[in-house]
Each structure stands twice: as structure tokens, then as C-alpha cells.
Design a protein around this ligand. Structure first.
Ligand SMILES: [Zn+2]
Length: 238
């Protein structure tokens, strides 16, 4: 198992670099960029959320709530009054820190269930739903938000997987089995429930085809190539 700091740093680095690349293509705006980094980082901490009694997790969740609230304020910064923004900040923080955290920790006592790929896919997809249907964010941004949350969680699971193999390539006894979990027989009813829920979410998801078309459009990526190197270096290469 990788420790809390490793998870925090790696998730932040990976989502920071990825979000910056996407931002440079122009597919997401300023607040979208911040929210992607925040979600990717939060995703990197989520799988260990069931160990809710450990201080680092609480600290991490505080931080994630803070970033989430900040993301909300950034998103509506020009549409709302100062007072409304302050209320939004508090409400966003309170919602994440107390409601979401509470639901996660009470609902999932089974470590095997929350520390799994399908659970994280549900969270990611769930966030895309909220972003698109509730917050009315653009389709592309909404899909990126969900993917960043899920991607961060995958980074977490991969790290645990890496750390469960010691230097000589032998598996440590404690983490027998895989960290990158899709199914576990002892929790089969939980997994059945998870996959059923996931199927429903996939079926009613915001249009993924349209998102793919937007992302595979060569124009934004051409822009990225133009912006890749500092202007001075480009002059030298000419
Ligand atoms: Zn873990």
C-alpha cells in the first residue's frame, strides 16, 4: 500500500500535467482546469476513504472539500454577488465535508468494495451526471470532470498495486490479491449491486459520442502543438 503523501503527490502531479495539456488545447476553460486538477487529486485519495478514522484521510478530505468549494466559486464568480458567492463557498464546503464524507464512510464499511474499479467508475460517472444535468456545465467539461475523478482513482489503485510488489518482485503477504480490483467473490452481492448501478448510469449517461467527436477534432490539438515550446525556442528551431 502506498501511503497518503504518495497518493496525494502522484495524483496531483498526474492530474496537473494532464489538465494543463487539455487546457492548452482550449477544450476546457480556466475554472475547468482548476476543477480537473482538484477532482483528479481528490480521486487519488478516494479509494482509501473507508479508513475514515485516520487523520491524513480526514485532512485530505478537508482539503478536497476546500478545493471543491473554491471550484464552485470560480465557476460562478462573474454571475453571482459577493454575498451569494460566500454562501456558495460555505455550502459547497459543508456539503462535501459533512454530507458526502458521511455518506461515503457509513455506506461503505467493506474495504474491498470501495477500493475497487467499478465503485470508482460510479463516482466518476456520477460526477459527470451532476456536472451536466444539475450544474449545466458544457458536455465536454462534464465528461472531463468525471474522467479526472475516475483517472485519479485509477492512479491510486495502480500505486497500491505497484507498492504491493516488493523489490524482488515477490508479492507481500498482506496485500495478497490485486489492488486493481474488479470483483471479489466474498463481496459478490455488493459487486452485483455496483455493476447493476453502473449499467444504469452508462445507459443514461450524457452523450459520450459527442464528447469523443469534440476531443478527437484535430483543431484543438494543432493549437497545442503551436503552444508547446516557448516562443524563443521555436525561433531557434526555424
Ligand atoms: Zn489504497
Amino acid at each position: 500500500m502506498a501511503n497518503f503523501n504518495t497518493h496525494l503527490n502522484v495524483a496531483f502531479a498526474v492530474s496537473g500535467i494532464t489538465a494543463l495539456t487539455i487546457y492548452k488545447t482550449g477544450l476546457i476553460d480556466d475554472s475547468g482546469f482548476l476543477l480537473c486538477v482538484a477532482l483528479g487529486t481528490a480521486g487519488g485519495l478516494l479509494p482509501d476513504l473507508d479508513s475514515d478514522h485516520s487523520t491524513p484521510i480526514k485532512l485530505g478530505f478537508n482539503l478536497a472539500s476546500f478545493i471543491f468549494a473554491f471550484g464552485l466559486v470560480m465557476h460562478w464568480r462573474s454571475d453571482l454577488s459577493l454575498l451569494a458567492l460566500m454562501a456558495l463557498w460555505l455550502a459547497g464546503y459543508g456539503f462535501m465535508r459533512y454530507v458526502v464524507f458521511h455518506v461515503f464512510t457509513t455506506m461503505t464499511v467493506h474495504r474491498g468494495v470501495i477500493h475497487s474499479v467499478p465503485y470508482m467508475a460510479i463516482l466518476g460517472l456520477g460526477f459527470t451526471y451532476i456536472s451536466y444535468y444539475v450544474m449545466h456545465n458544457p458536455l465536454t467539461a462534464s465528461w472531463f470532470y468525471g474522467l479526472f475523478l475516475f483517472g485519479g482513482a485509477l492512479v491510486h489503485l495502480s500505486l497500491d498495486e505497484l507498492y504491493s510488489v516488493n523489490l524482488s518482485g515477490m508479492r507481500m503477504k498482506r496485500s495478497s490479491g490485486t489492488a486493481m480490483k474488479f470483483y471479489q467473490h466474498k463481496d459478490r452481492w455488493w459487486y452485483l449491486l455496483l455493476y447493476a448501478l453502473l449499467a444504469v448510469l452508462v445507459y443514461f449517461a450524457p452523450p459520450f459520442e459527442t464528447f469523443l467527436q469534440q476531443v478527437s477534432d484535430p483543431a484543438p490539438w494543432a493549437q497545442l502543438r503551436v503552444d508547446m515550446l516557448p516562443a524563443m525556442m521555436e525561433d531557434l528551431l526555424k
